[in-house]
Design a protein around this ligand. Structure first.
Ligand code: G6Q
Length: 545
């Protein structure tokens, strides 16, 4: 059991105070100067880990900044906290749980104990069953109730039971079985269900009901309607066993729903929803890309886990990413981070990261329940390049806000087409260059721009970014990328002394919705008992529904 001793508040730590002083001294230094003073900066301020190249030279830092940030991480006990996580300590204190997504990708010969029990054999047991099932679907050996081959796989889940699988399917579509159709239903909005199923034949459709608790309102509502949809065509209850499988930790509820627990793939309470895409929650991913590719994905995760656990902090890629976020968030007052993947397959990656980062670190009290006197998670957002360039990049280049950017690119395209890829990557490199160095007024004047237009056409530069460059988007690379952000989030949470693994903030709305549902459905028009705004909205809705 880890006890977290934070007798000193973060802002009183010597390293924090040194960073504040350092910030005041250095905040106005321009990247132009930093690069001019050190011609090798762009090669020196880089780290390579498990084949990922991380260039952080275009950040508003010096070596002293990194030294102080690393000192802060040490003062906050980051190395010990990393060890505690990997050891299976119950570091999710408010839920009294271990946090062991790293066990999901541990090789068979590893041992990781939770309450004295080695969980690695259990993990591999489930992976083996998933592989068997995936192969049966992919080869057509598993048929629907009427004997037809399964051609459509629909994952029903929400939050952590949706975003990971949906992102991974898009990201790895290149590797997917193209004869199968994959869809994802999350929202408790009939539209999501209707549009996902309208052109599908129930005889050829498999539903994966993914829910850790198997009680989530949205998921269960969708799962029940899926059953109705399926039985309307197939007629017999017995069809459920051929068309529904479950991914859950709750065998009792799964069985109550009518899914044979032989067709249930389990995981454990030490896997947080937003950290679960590499557990059985990834069943749709495995069916799409095949067991071998899924294992490569896990190997990618594991490679970064090992790096995170063993590399010195100053050369530790996720640690550096996390610390840079602290630097801008807590010292420069930056409120957001833009994640800009230059790869169409990663179009859902920013949405996935939004949950990972903001549900993890969107907290306002420390482990001890004390209100923080510093900022916690920034807002993460982004879109794939180059699309974003033609919309919001204007603000990043010339707006009044400081927005640190993560650029992500690959040296080889999965779809080489003419010179598309060179154009794409030229844009990535050009954006980070333009952000860092800008275009001074003197250059604009020298081009003969009329004086009145000069301020409009001037780029101040000094806008920070990091670039992650990998060879190719493979299952393994995707695993590495996700693990990178998982551990960066962990690093930030340790510095802020918050529980990155609970999510109490999502509870209140759920409770209130349950109270309101009968008020909307009631025929007798009871007087809603809320505030005047909520009452008026409910009355109007009832009138017009
Ligand atoms: C993630 C959260 C949350 C969760 C969903 C779905 O970390 O806990 O997004 O994944 O609420 O929960 P179930 O899997 O239990 O349906």
């Amino acid at each position: 059991m880890t006890t977290i001793k934070h007798t000193t508040t973060l802002t009183q730590r010597p390293a924090w105070q040194a960073l504040e002083h350092h910030y005041r001294e250095h905040k106005d230094i321009h990247l132009r100067k930093l690069f001019a003073d050190d011609p090798r900066r762009g090669e020196r301020l880089t780290v390579e880990a498990a084949g990922l190249y991380f260039d952080y030279s275009k950040n508003r830092i010096t070596e002293e900044t990194v030294r102080l940030l690393v000192r802060l991480a040490e003062e906050c006990g980051l190395p010990e906290r990393i060890e505690a996580m990997f050891r299976g300590d119950k570091i999710n204190l408010t839920e009294n749980r271990s946090v062991l997504h790293v066990a999901l990708r541990a090789p068979r010969n590893r041992q990781i104990l939770v309450d004295g029990v080695d969980v690695v054999p259990q993990v591999h047991g489930v992976l083996d069953r998933m592989a068997l099932f995936s192969d049966q679907i992919r080869t057509g050996q598993w048929t629907g109730y009427t004997g037809k081959r399964i051609r459509n796989v629909i994952n029903i889940g929400i939050g952590g039971s949706d975003l990971g699988p949906a992102m991974a399917y898009e990201a790895l579509r290149h590797y997917s079985e193209r004869d199968l159709t994959f869809r994802f239903i999350a929202n408790v909005d009939g539209t999501d269900f209707e549009e996902a199923t309208r052109d599908l034949d129930a005889e050829e459709t498999l539903f994966i009901v993914s829910s850790k608790t198997f009680t989530t309102l949205e998921t269960m509502t969708n799962a029940h309607i899926a059953r109705v949809w399926c039985l309307r065509k197939l007629g017999h209850e017995a069809a459920v066993a051929r068309h529904f499988v479950a991914v859950s930790t709750n065998a009792e509820e799964v069985s109550k729903f009518g899914i044979d627990t032989a067709n249930m793939f389990g995981f454990w309470d030490w896997v947080g929803g937003r950290y679960s895409m590499d557990s059985a929650i990834g069943l749709s991913t495995m069916i799409a890309i095949g067991p071998e590719n899924f294992r490569a994905l896990l190997a990618g995760f594991h490679a970064i886990d090992e790096h995170f656990r063993t590399a010195p902090l100053e050369k530790n890629l996720p640690v550096l990413m996390g610390l840079l976020t602290i630097w801008y968030n807590n010292f420069f007052g930056a409120q957001t981070v833009a994640v800009l993947p230059y790869d169409q397959y990663l179009k859902r990656f920013p949405a996935y990261l939004q949950q990972l980062t903001m549900e993890s670190n969107g907290k306002r009290v420390t482990f001890e329940g004390v209100h923080v006197d510093y900022q916690t998670s920034p807002i993460y957002w982004g879109e794939p390049g180059t699309n974003g360039q033609h919309s919001f990049y204007q603000l990043i280049h010339q707006g009044t806000k400081l927005i640190p950017c993560d650029f992500i690119g690959f040296c080889r395209s999965l779809n080489p087409l003419g010179n598309h890829h060179d154009i794409l990557m030229a844009n990535l490199f050009a954006q980070s260059e333009a952000l860092a160095f800008g275009k001074p007024a003197s250059d604009v004047q020298a081009e003969g721009s009329p004086d009145w237009l000069v301020p409009h056409r001037t780029f101040g530069g000094n806008r920070p970014s990091s670039t992650i460059l990998a060879e190719r988007l493979t299952p393994e690379t995707l695993g590495k990328l996700v693990a990178l952000y998982e551990h960066s989030v962990f690093t930030q949470g340790v510095i802020w002394n918050i529980d990155s693994f609970d999510q109490w903030g999502v509870e209140l709305g759920k409770v209130l919705a349950k109270q309101i549902i009968p008020e909307l459905e009631s025929a007798s028009e009871p007087q809603p008992r809320h505030d005047s705004s909520t009452n008026a909205l409910i009355r109007r809705y009832r009138m017009l529904r």
